[in-house]
Design a protein around this ligand. Structure first.
Ligand SMILES: NC(=O)c1ccc[n+]([C@@H]2O[C@H](COP(=O)([O-])OP(=O)(O)OC[C@H]3O[C@@H](n4cnc5c(N)ncnc54)[C@H](OP(=O)(O)O)[C@@H]3O)[C@@H](O)[C@H]2O)c1
Length: 250
């Protein structure tokens, strides 16, 4: 049975990936920090979908946590979803540098190292997939968050372009606002975000899986966010900076 390893699998988009892939019959390896929640998620998925589920508690902001997941990936998986991530409660100039570095570890270093740990096995089998969860924020300017997600998009496209095997694919997934625990954890004020901009995690995962099957290197779910990203390319960066820096901030 093919196996998928999902980071940040206990909540939001990661949990939606876990449900979708379990429903498709894949065995799962779930990664997050909270071990009790991982164990409960795994039990629920086994009961509901009858698939094998391993739990791998790891903090991806720590070298030791990344190393544990690398070791599991080196034993072979068919699909890696680098999804774990978070937002900062404050604006760029207010966030302590240590918190910025933690974000770069989780959003960039872990994505880099886990992708590189998964690819050799996938390439030797001639088949395998990596989904790196970035954000629509990658195309705008919003401090280290958007900068780290821009790195994820560029890194994924670069890796995809260099892999010679046609059935080994790397795709960046760029969702807009998704209803998950993300904004509450980051203490963001979401009251100004209009309803039509909110997506469900299941909807994002469905579009991502469709785009992966089509061989897309960058997936931006829904027509409305595709339009936002396209318009964003033509708007002056100074204006983008003024608007995107204010969204969701108290
Ligand atoms: N929600 C949105 O609007 C949105 C939009 C665009 C992109 N995204 C991206 O989507 C991804 C998933 O976010 P979400 O919205 O689903 O957030 P979420 O509901 O807050 O879930 C985050 C998941 O990541 C795990 N996690 C956080 N820090 C971790 C660490 N250091 N090591 C290991 N696991 C960690 C959490 O579990 P533990 O706390 O137990 O570790 C949890 O399972 C993120 O990369 C985010 O940047 C979200």
């Amino acid at each position: 049975m093919p196996t998928a390893l999902i980071t940040g699998a206990t909540a939001g988009l990661g949990a939606a990936f876990a449900r979708r892939l379990a429903a498709d019959g894949l065995s799962l390896v779930l990664v997050a920090r909270d071990e009790a929640r991982l164990t409960a998620s795994a039990a629920e998925l086994r009961k509901r979908y009858g698939v094998a589920v391993e739990v791998l508690p790891a903090d991806l902001s720590l070298d030791e946590g990344i190393r544990r997941v690398e070791e599991r990936l080196e034993r072979g998986v068919d699909l890696l979803v680098n999804n774990a991530g978070f937002g900062h409660p404050g604006a760029f100039l207010e966030v302590p540098v240590a918190d910025e570095v933690t974000m770069l570890r989780v959003h960039c270093e872990a994505v880099l190292r886990l992708t590189l740990a998964a690819l050799p096995g996938m390439r030797s089998r001639g088949r395998g997939y990596v989904i790196n969860v970035a954000s629509v924020a990658a195309f705008f300017t919003r401090g280290t968050y958007s900068a780290s997600k821009a790195w994820v998009v560029n890194f994924s496209e670069s890796a995809a372009a260099e892999i010679p095997e046609p059935n080994v694919r790397v795709m960046a997934l760029c969702p807009g606002f998704v209803r998950t625990e993300f904004h509450q954890r980051a203490a963001m004020d979401t009251s100004g975000i209009p309803d039509f901009l909110w997506l469900s995690a299941d909807q994002v995962v469905d579009e991502a899986m469709r785009d992966l099957a089509r061989g897309r290197r960058v997936s931006v779910p829904t027509a409305r966010y595709k339009a936002i990203v396209s318009v964003g390319r033509f708007v002056p960066r100074t204006l983008i900076g003024q608007v995107s820096g204010r969204l969701g901030r108290r």
